[in-house]
Write a protein that binds this ligand. Structure first.
Ligand code: RB5
Length: 147
């Protein structure tokens, strides 16, 4: 199950990605927003990321105008490793090396075609582990104040 959420700036791209998830029969939980009415990305980040942290969802896809604000909000949440990506290499390696559990995309930055490619590679690339596990553990230690 994939959590999905946006603010108004990411709404249209979220809907395009939802169409793709539907076509691939990938289950998702859309926490909103549900229109282009102005809203604040921190609330959407919180609602979607909580589904990841509590185990209801494996990963989240988040959208705002740039992808940046919602990624900043997501990365404030304990257990979240969110990456804002607009290229294929970053979307692939943030899974392989950072074990990112949230992909953030900018609705005013990437078009729907590229967004779908990025979502696809993000959802289908495994974490490499090994030396990268040590570094991901250090991210958790930073979060816990034990690094
Ligand atoms: C909203 O206008 C916009 O600031 C927001 O979607 C996002 O781009 C912030 O990072």
């Amino acid at each position: 199950m994939i959590a999905i959420g946006s603010d108004h700036g990411g709404f249209a791209l979220k809907q395009a990605v939802i169409e793709y998830l539907d076509s691939k029969k990938i289950a998702y939980h859309d926490i909103g927003c549900h229109s282009t009415d102005s809203c604040d990305y921190a609330y959407s980040a919180k609602a979607a990321c909580e589904l990841v942290v509590n185990g209801e969802c494996d990963k989240a896809l988040l959208f705002c105008g740039t992808g940046i604000g919602i990624s900043m909000a997501a990365n404030k949440i304990h257990g979240i490793r969110a990456a804002c990506c607009s290229d294929y290499f970053s979307a692939k390696y943030t899974r392989m090396h950072n074990d990112a559990n949230v992909l953030c995309l900018g609705g005013r930055v990437v078009g729907p075609g590229l967004a779908i490619e990025l979502v696809d590679i993000f959802l289908n690339t495994e974490f490499e582990g090994g030396r990268h596990q040590r570094r991901v553990d250090q991210l958790s230690a930073l979060e816990n104040g034990t690094l």
